[in-house]
Write a protein that binds this ligand. Structure first.
Ligand code: ASP
Ligand code: MG
Length: 411
């Protein structure tokens, strides 16, 4: 019988020091001894990616994206060589591979390339000869034979894509134990979720949960790869991300997320005419700015206010674009408020249950917090609040939906 394949991905903080690299090598070796065919996927060590970016920006404030990718890809290559060598030193036959050696081809969209194809023959042949393949994450090669990277956190995507092409299991190791009902640093009684659905995980990742890269979850969902998120530093089973099952009817809300890195743009006294909103949001869309929590106030004397949120790193761009739209529209102007945060309740179970929104709003009100704006999707309710009230709001939501407690059939 062929041995099962497991793809084990290790994040930057799990590789930050020489001791940690040893520990990771030991974990991989253990898995190999257990009789698995192991593919390890590694991130750059610690803050190496950010440091490389800083060095580059010191020389070129706007470096060509091609050169960014060329440079950043080296971080993961260092990790791969270190892990492979550490394995060999333990008597485990291992070989490191770049993304392109591992057969990962992408489009030419530097810094956030999409995977076109994974040709796993090379990895497969190393596995067949009894070796561990250690693949540098986060990178591929374009049709023009340029090195590309897959977006920040993209080693997760490398792991999911390799697992899919090899028909293996996918395990993503980091310094957290898995996916929690809320950030345990903020909500004390947050609980580790044994399982979560792809759609819920995707919402949480988009809302700033750092455990898994959103694009990796999306890829897993599209290709039916179950993803296990677990800790490098203990043996707990972590959280399995997978297709939905009737189980989650048990709860309306699965988790609570806080995103502090949002800012609010307020457009004041906009003429209430057809096409006014389009004039604002077309420009933002063209610039690739993601917009959320949009609220238009009722019109007074033919004028209306329109507010929306953007992520902090896109705030300046968004303000500039909005201001020029205001001039064209003859509106009063646009202002930026960075002191806001988005607190969200996420759960596939809310689709089939009425009253979830009112329970969420009641909980936030009872915490003495004023909601500035609201946005919802089928499986998410987001409230915009003042930034210094975000944590209290998250705790209130977590308590209101009893998330500290294991759900039971009688719920
Ligand atoms: N090193 C890259 C980053 O910091 C990719 C990764 O960690 O997955 O974004
Ligand atoms: Mg990461």
């Amino acid at each position: 019988m062929p041995q099962p394949v497991v793809v084990m991905k290790f994040g930057g903080s799990s590789l930050a020091t020489t001791d940690r690299v040893r520990l990771v090598a030991e974990r991989i070796a253990g898995r190999k001894r257990d009789g698995c065919n192991v593919v390890a996927v590694v991130s750059a060590q610690g803050d190496v990616t950010d440091e490389l970016l800083e060095r580059l920006r010191a020389l070129a404030p706007n470096p060509p994206a091609r050169e960014v990718d060329m440079l950043l890809a080296t971080g993961e290559q260092q990790s791969a060589a270190l892990i492979a060598a550490a394995l060999c030193a333990r008597g485990v036959d291992a070989v490191s591979l770049t993304g392109w050696q591992a057969g990962i081809t992408t489009d030419g969209n530097h810094r956030k390339a999409r995977i076109h194809r994974v040709s796993p023959h090379v990895v497969r042949s190393f596995l067949d000869s009894g070796r561990v393949a250690v693949v540098a994450g986060f990178q591929g090669i374009s049709g023009e034979r340029d090195i590309t990277t897959l977006g920040r956190g993209g080693s997760d995507l490398t792991a999911v894509a390799l697992a899919e092409s090899l028909g293996g299991a996918c395990e993503i190791y980091s310094d957290v134990a898995g996916v929690f009902t809320a950030d345990p640093r903020i909500v004390e009684d947050a609980r580790l979720l044994p399982e979560i659905r792809y759609d819920e995980m995707l919402e949480l990742a988009a809302l700033g949960a750092q455990v898994l890269q959103g694009r990796a979850v999306e890829y897993g969902w599209q290709h039916g790869v179950e993803i296990r998120a677990l800790s490098t530093f203990d043996d707990s089973p972590g959280t399995l991300v997978r297709e939905g099952s009737p189980m989650e009817r048990l709860q309306s809300v699965t988790g609570v997320a806080i995103d502090r890195k949002v800012s609010r743009v307020l457009c004041e006294s906009v003429p209430d005419l057809p096409g006014a909103a389009a004039a604002i949001f077309d420009g933002l869309a063209e610039a690739g700015v993601n917009v959320d929590v949009i609220v238009q106030s009722p019109s007074r004397e033919g004028r209306t206010d329109i507010g929306f949120t953007v992520s902090d790193d896109e705030a300046d761009t968004a303000l500039e674009i909005t201001r020029s739209a205001m001039v064209r529209l003859g509106a009063q102007g646009a202002t930026l408020d960075p002191n806001v945060a988005k607190v969200s309740a996420v759960g596939a179970g809310m689709q089939s249950r009425p009253g979830v929104a009112s329970r969420a709003f009641r909980a936030i009100a009872d915490a003495g917090v004023n909601i500035i704006a609201i946005s919802t999707s089928e499986i998410k309710i987001s409230c915009l609040v003042r930034r210094d009230q975000a944590e209290a709001s998250a705790r209130a939501l977590h308590a209101a939906f009893d998330l500290a407690m294991q759900p039971s059939l009688s719920d």
